[in-house]
Design a protein around this ligand. Structure first.
Ligand SMILES: O=C(O)[C@]1(O)C[C@H](CCCOc2ccccc2)[C@@H](O)[C@H](O)C1
Length: 151
């Protein structure tokens, strides 16, 4: 199953663990990515992580993943609710992805209830706190079958 994973975190998630701990917890993003790296290394899975506050940077990284990443685990942040461009990039590269949200977006403001990505995601994990990242990676490792390499 997936042997190479790209972990993407969107805008403002660099603040994880430092602001709004009642919503997003006290674990920092470096701690999340370190834990994800250990989880993958233990399974001989290649993991790359990126966090950016810039939509275009994330889109460019998604384009670069085509042909060399088996699965994407993405917390798009607020781009979840606004970005057709991010949706288009994920569809264009044809890499299976798991959508993660730390909070339960369906218990929050109405504008967070819609995602431009969910209908195309292999799975959506929300409300599990940062454990959602671990669950998403485990799902990708177990169940996401790499696409046949283009000849
Ligand atoms: O629950 C999630 O993971 C979200 O994707 C987080 C986004 C917010 C990312 C900002 O994360 C912060 C973390 C700590 C402090 C401030 C912002 C929010 O816009 C989505 O609706 C749900």
């Amino acid at each position: 199953m997936a042997k190479s994973i790209l972990l993407i975190n969107g805008p403002n998630l660099n603040l994880l663990g430092t602001r709004e701990p009642t919503v997003y917890g006290s674990t920092t993003l470096p701690q999340v990515t370190e834990s994800a790296q250990k989880q993958c290394s233990a399974r001989s899975i290649y993991l790359e992580s990126i966090q950016s506050n810039h939509e275009g940077v994330l889109i460019d990284r998604i384009h670069e993943a085509r042909g060399n990443i088996d699965a994407i685990v993405i917390n798009p942040g607020a781009l979840t609710h606004t970005s057709v461009a991010l949706r288009d990039a994920l569809l264009a590269v044809e890499i299976p992805f798991v959508e993660v949200h730390i909070s339960n977006i369906h218990k929050r403001e109405a504008f967070r209830h819609h995602s431009y990505l969910s209908d195309k995601a292999e799975a959506i994990i929300c409300g599990l706190g940062v454990y959602g990242y671990e669950a998403a990676i485990e799902y990708a490792v177990r169940y996401i079958k790499p696409k046949e390499k283009a000849q």
